[in-house]
Design a protein around this ligand. Structure first.
Ligand code: NI
Length: 187
């Protein structure tokens, strides 16, 4: 089932998410399926639960479409339940452009760590641990921010934020031009 995506400005995107419990497994499985469907429908490469209105630690990622430009994203399909991220500081942070399904029509330069280690459960609640770098690491960090109630515009320079203020206002009022179903404040 394709779900509406909550837009920037909605308070659900500002909540800190909670871990999922093992007894919620079946419910989570169906939610994860809906999240993948919703993400593919909106041509995103990642989606975090708050973006569909749920304040739980669940993320879906499929970066394969970026594989030509970023080889580390080829076949990068992940369901992250209760993920924990550790930054590895062997490489310098890098600034690159990124966007978000909750902020349609906008992209900004964001500085991110290049190398991380992640621990998570998959949709069968099996534990995994792996290191990610470059754009794969960026996608994961972007989605992890959502679980903390943060969005990427929290990380841009104040002057840039000032410059895009009216665009952000429009997004929060639902004045967006996108092909997928959205939900915004007071609606
Ligand atoms: Ni996002």
């Amino acid at each position: 089932m394709i779900l509406p995506i909550y837009l920037y400005g909605h308070p659900v995107l500002r909540k800190k998410c909670e871990d999922v419990k093992a007894e919620e497994k079946e419910e989570i499985k169906s939610l994860v399926a809906d999240m993948f469907e919703t993400m593919y429908n909106s041509e995103g490469v990642g989606l975090a639960a708050p973006q569909i209105g749920k304040t739980i630690n669940v993320i879906v990622i499929d970066g394969d479409v970026l594989g030509d430009k970023f080889p580390e994203c080829k076949d990068l399909k992940l369901t992250l339940i209760n993920p924990r991220l550790t930054v590895i500081t062997d490489r310098d942070p890098v600034t690159r452009e990124e966007g978000c399904l909750s902020l349609p029509g906008l992209s900004e330069n964001v500085k991110r760590h290049e190398h991380i280690r992640l621990e998570w459960l998959d949709e069968d609640f099996n534990p995994h641990e792996k290191e990610f770098s470059d754009f794969a690491s960026r996608i994961i960090q972007h989605e992890m921010d959502h679980l903390e109630g943060a969005v990427y515009t929290d990380r841009i320079a104040p002057i840039r934020k000032q410059l895009i203020k009216s665009k952000l206002n429009n997004i929060s009022k639902g004045k967006v031009d996108c092909d997928y179903k959205v939900k915004f404040l007071n609606k």
